[in-house]
Design a protein around this ligand. Structure first.
Ligand code: HEC
Length: 136
């Protein structure tokens, strides 16, 4: 193989590796997160694979938000913070109406940093980069 062919190969694999890293693609963490999502019943409120559809009367939109598209609105760090701190009060559609029954628990006392990292990476992986919507 010529030197230049080797260089092209090298550049190609470096590109692939950096593309994977950019996607936050860490298969072991994603898999850890997928298992935790099942174990801690995130899906009871957010639906299987974060697809939503769970009613939450008088919450904005009347449902617990789906998680399958969080990648469009959150960075990995922001997502971890949301999971750690939860949301003590859900925004109400009718401020004078009843309190929505489901709220987001804080997980920082239940799960380790490594587990929360796995969950956040799993949620990010639910929306592949090529399916992200262009808002421009
Ligand atoms: C008891 C129901 C319940 C469970 C269980 C639950 N959540 Fe939530 N979650 C909510 C509600 C309700 C909200 C919306 C809070 C708000 O906007 O006021 C929410 C919001 C979120 C958000 C922010 C979504 C957005 O679009 O802003 C993330 C991320 C999230 N949850 C992740 C998780 C993960 C991960 C788990 C499991 C470890 C989990 N949730 C378990 C009820 C739940």
């Amino acid at each position: 193989m010529s030197i230049s062919a080797k260089l092209i190969l090298l550049a190609g694999s470096a590109f692939l590796l950096s593309a994977l890293a950019a996607a936050g693609d860490d298969p072991a963490s994603v898999e850890r997160g997928r298992k935790l999502y099942l174990k801690y019943s995130c899906g009871a409120c957010h639906g299987p694979e974060g697809r939503g559809g769970i009613k939450n009367p008088n919450a904005i939109g009347g449902e617990v938000p789906p998680l399958a598209r969080v990648r469009e609105g959150y960075t990995l760090a922001e997502l971890k913070e949301k999971i750690e701190d939860g949301f003590p009060a859900v925004l109400q559609e009718d401020p004078d109406g009843p309190e929505p029954p489901l709220f987001m628990p804080a997980w920082k006392k239940v799960l380790s940093k490594k587990q929360i990292d796995g969950l956040a990476r799993y949620l990010m992986s639910l929306l592949p980069e090529n399916e992200m919507e262009d808002w421009e």
